[in-house]
Design a binder for this molecule. Structure first.
Ligand SMILES: Cc1ncc(COP(=O)(O)O)c(C=O)c1O
Length: 350
């Protein structure tokens, strides 16, 4: 069992931090006239009622998400995209120029980008050739300055789930925080680790409305952790980080969850078609199994294929330069028409 101690994780200057107190959060009771937040009393320019600040605690949407994932509202936070939550984790737990994080490339680039922005060092332990965690080397690479290990399952850009036993071993052996980014979990045949939160106080999970929910433009990331961790993230976040439009759409989306399940099924069936097609092409060396909404494929001439697709007006992600991904393109599963156009272009490449 890990010797995780929240008091050792939090940056010392934040231990007694008093959060910014927004005008509306100081008000208790019932009122009809609000002259406390220097807002405009009229309708917004162009119509609509966005003249009032949103609730800074985000409690309504946090309660909805908590019910959906079967946790308590004080175990949930929301960010302006998951990328804001990643940044908040650095600001809460990593002392610049002193602390470090550990990542397992190839993985989601924002973990390292956020570390650089926060002037925090990064230790890198490559995934194994079959894109799983190299647990012995990860545990060897940890020292007392390592505050956070970022894992991504299903992993971007490889597309696969990480083995649960490796994740458990790391959770049990590491005294810092294990952040598990589950942006693509809805596309996988596996349950979220959110149900394990009470068993692992050093587990923090990130999810997003940007993928399976089809709401990338609304920028809504979800964070799940112990109430201690959530409490400090709620204190240090910008007061009005989530706008009213995003909150209202997300509240509605949780009441229409069937639509999400339908889209996920559609994307999963298109993914199977795409993988099957790729497997028939002579220049394809390997199609990696995917638990996500994209497929990683190794080809003989990745740069030439990338440019060929671009000439046909189709943009995919060239991952050829990443370690373990030499020769690879990452292709997101589009809708049926987009996938037909992609298939036609792929067949024309020689
Ligand atoms: C693993 C992973 N996490 C997070 C994100 C970004 O999520 P958001 O749109 O919530 O910032 C991405 C986007 O591609 C991703 O691949």
């Amino acid at each position: 069992m890990s010797n995780f101690d929240f008091q050792k994780l939090i940056r010392p200057h934040l231990k007694d931090f008093q959060a910014y107190s927004s005008a509306r959060s100081e008000f208790r009771g019932k009122a009809d006239i609000f002259l406390d937040a220097n807002e405009n009393p009229y309708q917004s320019v162009g119509g609509g009622y966005f003249n009032r600040y949103p609730d800074s605690s985000n409690i309504e949407i946090r309660t909805k998400i908590a019910a959906h994932r079967k946790v308590e509202p004080n175990q949930v936070t929301v960010g302006n995209g998951s990328d804001e939550i990643i940044d908040l984790l650095f600001r809460a737990f990593c002392e610049p120029k002193e602390d470090k994080i550990l990542i397992c490339p190839p993985t989601y680039p924002m973990f390292k980008t956020s570390a650089i922005l926060n002037n925090v060092g990064t230790t890198e332990v490559l995934l194994t050739p079959n894109f799983q965690l190299d647990t012995p080397n990860i545990l060897n690479a940890i020292d007392d300055k390592t505050k956070i290990i970022f894992l991504n399952s299903p992993n971007n850009p490889t597309g696969n789930l990480l083995n649960s036993d490796d994740i458990k071993k790391i959770l049990n052996s590491f005294n810092g925080l294990v952040v598990l980014d589950e942006a693509y979990i809805d596309f996988a045949d596996s349950n979220s680790w959110v149900s394990q939160l009470d068993n692992y106080p050093n587990l923090f999970i990130i999810q997003t409305m940007s993928k399976a929910w089809g709401m990338a433009g609304l920028r809504l990331g979800l964070g799940f952790g112990s109430s201690d961790i959530i409490d400090i993230l709620q204190k240090i976040k910008p007061p009005y980080n989530i706008n009213s439009v995003s909150i209202n759409w997300a509240l509605k989306a949780f009441d229409l969850i069937g639509e999400k399940y339908q889209m996920v099924e559609l994307i999963r069936s298109e993914r199977i078609k795409l993988s099957s097609l790729l497997n028939t092409l002579p220049y394809v060396k390997k199609v990696y199994d995917s638990d996500s909404n994209f497929v990683l494929v190794k080809v003989t001439e990745p740069d030439r294929l990338y440019n060929f697709l671009l000439e046909k007006g189709i943009v995919v992600r060239n991952r050829n330069k990443l370690p373990l991904c030499e020769g690879c393109l990452r292709i997101c599963v589009g809708n049926s028409d987009e996938n037909k156009a992609l298939a036609k272009a792929l067949k024309a490449f020689e």
